[in-house]
Design a protein around this ligand. Structure first.
Ligand code: NAP
Length: 488
């Protein structure tokens, strides 16, 4: 592992800069904006606010860097990726601290995210070496038909705050390995993690302009990206509403687009499930990142014959969770990301209770803490008229619904416009296979509450988006196929 960085810090909180063409911009054309710690509501740092000007410059820099970067061999690009990976791992605690301060992820979980982020670089450093072409038998004996794969060009990555480092490497890993250069626009809530990553890019001696990271006026930056003829592909992770807007914006220049959008995951506990394991899985899936993951269990369906036992185990394990200021090492559940996130949760719980839901545990804020905290909450006696059964919650609230028949629960589980992740807990091999096949989701966690890994394709169907990240599939979006017909 590299020891290049030794003791110095990736970010000076009093002197944050945007990263364009390998240089640091300490002032923004639009002024500055503050990043707020959701655990304390205090300012973490002030960040230069970029706009059209910075976006144009970043696009030009990526364009200028493209010819040389795309001409490197896959082996040379892999060396860069592995150097970035080593530096990330070396600085995992510092980046974990930044993540925790700016968006409220519990510190240990944040460090885990950095390790997860690094795994995409390891995977794509290797996968870049396996971008195989094709030769096709020709009907005409004087012809040779060849297909080659080439980098798509300059790509833009637009990322969310809930996985500020992993969503970046899940895009940049395959993009850089394929030979693309890039502009990254992280979420306004979590720019510091992205800019710390820019420092790593610099330390790894990645050529200038290969990775540019800008934040600020989202509308202006987005307009420049989508109006540009240079940017050939946009990879977006975020809400379904914004994803739909980007589809419209992309029409003008017909950009390639991949969309990792929202979810409303059903979590099915069948009659033959191991109840303790199901309760453990439900806690992990629901309360990880304070319930702010796209794949988190949003609706828990439990068979009526085991509902009482499951509820007892789920409430018991939930009450054991340590909630508090995210930077503390023993904390497992931090705050919601901001006031809007907290209000959405409050509204969904209020609506559910008014319509007959019972609070099994939680159901309130934590007044003794200053930030946007909400107690891990379990609701029973839930029905489909409640907001929580229809809208993404993005918070630590678990609604439980009982069911009697497998056919009925599959129908209910599929009854959503989302199609990202679903979970099944069962000990029956037959149920495991048949229910997995019948659920309309891109990812199935089968007795597994955390299925996301770098080696497998991650992505949704229906209004959860299109395209896949991770696995050998994840690199194809960053490549163009070219067919060459050779007449001899
Ligand atoms: P969001 O509001 O859609 O924002 C995501 C990113 O898009 C941010 O960088 C945001 O910038 C930017 N953005 C907003 N409006 C834009 C526009 N008009 N043009 C271009 N960019 C724009 O989502 P979020 O609240 O940050 O993230 C939570 C959502 O992401 C949830 O729905 C979650 O399910 C989804 N998510 C999906 C996956 C997946 O893999 N499927 C993974 C993680 C999260 P600003 O911050 O500056 O507004």
């Amino acid at each position: 592992m590299s020891t290049l960085t030794q003791d110095f810090q990736l970010i000076d909180f009093n002197n944050v800069g945007l990263f364009i063409d390998g240089t640091w911009r300490l002032t923004g054309s639009k002024g500055t904006f503050d990043v707020i710690n959701p655990s304390t509501k205090k300012v973490v740092a002030s960040v230069p606010k970029g706009g059209s000007q910075e976006a144009k410059e970043a696009i030009e820099a990526a364009d200028k860097a493209f010819p040389a970067w795309s001409k490197l061999t896959a082996y040379e690009r892999a060396d860069y990726l592995l150097r970035i990976r080593d530096l990330l791992l070396e600085k995992q605690e510092e980046i974990g601290t930044i993540i925790s301060l700016e968006m409220g992820k519990a510190f240990k979980e944040a460090v885990g995210e950095v390790v997860y982020a690094a795994s995409f670089l390891t995977w794509y450093a290797e996968e870049g070496k396996r971008i195989y072409g094709e030769t096709i038998p020709a009907l005409d004996p004087s012809k040779r038909l060849i297909v080659i794969k080439q980098p798509a060009g300059v790509v833009a990555a637009i990322t969310p705050w809930n996985f500020p480092i992993a969503m970046m490497t899940r895009k940049l890993g395959p993009a850089l390995a394929a030979g693309c250069t890039s502009i990254v626009k992280p979420a306004s809530q979590s720019p510091l993690t992205a800019l710390a990553f820019a420092k790593i890019i610099e330390l790894a001696n990645v050529p200038k302009g290969v990775v540019n990271i800008i934040v600020g006026s989202t509308g202006e930056i987005s307009d420049e990206i989508f109006e540009s003829d240079i940017v050939r592909k946009v990879s977006f992770t975020g809400s379904t509403a914004v994803g739909k807007d980007l589809v419209k914006f992309s029409a003008k220049t017909l950009k390639k687009l991949s969309l990792e959008l929202g979810g409303h995951a059903p979590f099915l506990i069948l009659e033959d499930a191991d109840i303790e394991k199901a309760a453990e899985g439900a806690v992990l899936s629901k309360f990880r990142n304070a319930g702010q993951t796209c794949v988190c269990a949003n609706r828990i369906y439990v068979h009526e014959k085991i509902a009482t036992q499951f509820k007892e185990a789920f409430v018991r394990k939930t009450n054991e969770l340590v909630v508090g200021e995210s930077i503390n090492e023993d904390v497992q559940v931090g705050p919601l990301v901001n006031k809007d996130g907290l209000e959405k949760v409050q509204e969904q719980v209020k609506d559910a209770v008014e319509k007959g839901a019972i609070i099994e545990t939680g159901g309130e804020e934590i007044p003794e803490l200053d930030g946007y905290f909400y107690k891990p909450t379990i609701l029973s006696n839930v029905n489909n008229d409640m907001l929580i059964m229809n809208e993404e919650t993005f918070g630590p609230v678990a609604p439980i619904v009982e069911f009697a028949e497998i056919d009925e629960v599959i129908k209910e589980a599929n009854n959503t416009e989302y199609g990202l992740a679903a979970y099944i807990y069962t000990t029956s091999l037959e149920n495991a296979i048949t229910v997995s096949e019948r659920l309309q989701f891109g990812i199935i966690g089968l007795n597994d509450a955390a299925p996301g890994v770098a080696q497998a394709p991650f992505g949704g169907i229906k209004e959860s988006g299109y395209g896949r990240e991770g696995g050998h599939q994840g690199i194809s979006d960053y490549l163009e196929e070219k067919y060459i017909s050779l007449k001899i």
